[in-house]
Design a protein around this ligand. Structure first.
Ligand SMILES: Nc1ncnc2c1ncn2[C@@H]1O[C@H](COP(=O)(O)OP(=O)(O)OP(=O)(O)O)[C@@H](O)[C@H]1O
Length: 401
């Protein structure tokens, strides 16, 4: 690994993917990194070893470059480990993996080998460290029991799929409080009550339980299309309100007569309950002796960057069906919106365009709820010549951090 210096608001890292068994070492991209001085960020120069791709040199933009030989534990030590004290002090941190399909985003964020500690993805390595710290806090104070509330969902088009709850479809809405809410279906119950299911959050008290839940629910993601996965880990306490958010019983103001709920009343009741739930959670957060309670760590495994096109650029894609083209356009909109949000947020602009896409709406509170936390993007790239243009696209996206 090669490391640079200074601390921008979003740290950007580059990770070269290890070669797979079917890839030969011929035809590898020639790449070098350099820092102007020890304080500066690194600049990367790339050119294909054969073929006619143009050489390119980035401005100083990257905090560190991970080589093909660096494993997940090395990436964790440099990117997430420094943020753990911030999370334990109540801050919130965001980590994104950006890159073309097959470049190693899921390998980095989730991991594929759960038996070897050094292979755990960033979200599991982080929760393992957090559990070690929480165990000490729990032992030191018998009146508190801290754990991690974890949620996992996939974002496709305008819908979030709750992977902890059988891949239930959830809708992304902006509430009157300006915050984004991910809500499942509204069901009518007996006695004129409505159940509004928010995105599930599983309370975990041990690392092993969280890991097994993640492995089990991760298998429920859609296959065959490059999708976007978000893992959210929040520090919680074993008092009811935080854990019982999974089902909220809301009395409907007006009893339904012909099996149809008065929509306005249901919406009002939903809103009131949400406010009440938020207030009771806030009361717990305020009264708790644990200053880390409520801190969040978010890991985002972005969709394949080959769909990302800036105006005037052309990226060659395989032959696609109309449905794939439509989904590709949606991915492109999300990635472009995220880039604009990062750009505005990193340069402290007064207006950040969070409402431009469902992805940025969902990430809004994570960007704004920083509270002394860190944000980082790991740009994953393949070292082979035939993925030169996709690799270049990814490096260029990451230089704006
Ligand atoms: N740094 C690495 N070391 C070893 N194997 C890797 C590394 N990066 C990726 N791989 C392997 O390459 C394959 C593709 O990686 P991965 O599934 O993480 O790609 P991806 O970017 O998430 O792709 P997609 O966008 O299609 O989901 C996997 O088999 C993964 O284990």
């Amino acid at each position: 690994m090669l490391a640079g210096g200074s601390q921008p608001k979003l740290s950007v890292y580059v990770r070269w993917r290890r070669l797979t068994e079917s890839e030969s070492t011929d035809g590898l991209i020639d790449h070098r990194s350099r820092a102007v001085n020890t304080e500066s960020l690194l600049s990367v120069s790339v050119k294909p070893s054969e073929g006619n791709g143009r050489p390119w040199t980035s401005p100083p933009a990257y905090k560190a470059i991970f080589s093909r030989d660096d494993d997940n534990a090395t990436v964790y030590d440099d990117t997430v480990a420094p943020a753990i004290p911030q999370v334990l002090a109540g801050g919130s941190c965001n980590f994104f993996a950006y890159g073309h399909s097959g470049s190693g985003k899921t390998h980095t964020i989730i991991g594929y080998d759960f038996e070897r500690d050094r292979s755990l993805g960033l979200c599991l390595a982080s929760s393992r460290k957090l559990f070690e710290a929480l165990d000490s806090l729990n032992q030191a104070d018998s009146e508190i029991r801290l754990g991690i509330g974890f949620s996992l969902f996939e974002l496709r088009k305008n819908t979030a799929f709750d992977l902890l709850n059988g891949r239930t479809e959830c809708h992304i809405r902006q509430g009157p409080d300006g915050r984004t809410h991910i809500r499942g279906q509204t069901e009518l119950l007996e006695g004129g009550k409505v159940r509004v299911r928010p995105l599930s959050q599983r309370a975990c008290w041990t690392f092993e339980f969280l890991r097994d839940e993640l492995i089990r629910s991760f298998g429920r993601r859609a296959v065959g299309w490059s999708s976007l996965k978000i893992v959210n880990e929040q520090l919680v306490e074993a008092r009811d309100a935080l854990i019982d958010r999974e089902s909220e019983l809301v009395p409907v103001g007006k009893r339904a007569t012909d099996d149809r709920i008065d929509e306005a009343e249901a919406k009002k009741a939903e809103c009131e309950t949400r406010v009440a739930a938020a207030e009771s959670i806030n009361a717990i957060l305020r009264s708790s002796r644990a200053k880390c309670l409520g801190a969040k760590t978010v890991f985002v495994d972005l969709a394949g960057s080959e769909y990302h096109q800036e105006k005037g650029t052309q990226v060659a894609l395989m032959r696609q069906t109309p449905q794939e083209r439509q989904e590709g356009r949606r991915i492109n909109t999300d990635l472009l919106a995220l880039k604009e949000v990062i750009r505005a947020w990193s340069s402290n602009q007064p207006r950040i365009p969070f409402r431009s896409s469902p992805l940025t709406m969902v990430l809004r509170e994570h960007f704004l709820g920083g509270g002394g936390g860190t944000s980082a993007m790991i740009v994953t790239v393949s070292p082979t010549n035939h993925q030169y243009s996709a690799m270049l696209n990814s490096l260029k996206y990451g230089r704006y951090g």
